[in-house]
Ligand binder design. Sequence first.
Ligand SMILES: Cc1cc2nc3c(=O)[nH]c(=O)nc-3n(C[C@H](O)[C@H](O)[C@H](O)COP(=O)(O)O)c2cc1C
Length: 208
Amino acid sequence: MKKLLVCLLAIGFSFSLLAQDIELPAPKKTGGKPLMECLNERKSTKGFDSSKQLTNQQISNLLWAAWGYNRDDKRTAPSSRNKQEIDIYVALKSGMYLWDAKSNVLKLIVAKDLRKETGKQPFVEDAAVNLVYVCNITRCDTKGDTQKLTEATYANAGFIAQNVYLFCASEGLGTVIRGYVPKDELAKTMKLTNDQLIVLAQSVGYGK
Ligand SMILES: Cc1cc2nc3c(=O)[nH]c(=O)nc-3n(C[C@H](O)[C@H](O)[C@H](O)COP(=O)(O)O)c2cc1C
């Protein structure tokens, strides 16, 4: 009985170690290919090598390039009236996380591989990372004007997505921005509130 209890405690402890927040290393903000080469190589990739994951350093660099702080309170992508309403959720093999850009920590939301659930196309589950761009409407100032909100937040997500495209071109990674996302089901799985809207998703990984 005592042995069984110890075993159960050990298993529980291992699970809690497996599924937890991830403190990312500081992003590397120098180097990379020249911009004109990145533009020349920018493209969408729709087939990923499922056997290859990204290191925490690559994830940190990717997220910083996407939407990190490059000044005290401003970021690598613009946002309408500087509302910074987009949050990046990160679906990895180990779970779904919310990226806290200030602390550079991936906060665990669901301890389950939800990569497949972020899309409707077969290649999505093979991508090492699926980013989900989520608008927090409480940060917007569009006073209930849905058209204004949609226009602004899609434009803002587009800038983030292009940063990811250029980063991936620089690093030899594949990526594709995706509008074809099961938004209602995914919002439930991700435990989003009524104030959060899924805008777009973006797959990142090694191309096939
Ligand atoms: C707003 C937007 C939504 C997109 N949604 C999808 C998508 O759901 N699935 C997909 O495979 N590609 C999607 N794409 C990628 C386009 O198919 C791709 O950009 C286009 O074919 C041009 O190819 P290129 O990016 O290599 O130049 C989307 C692109 C944009 C700009």
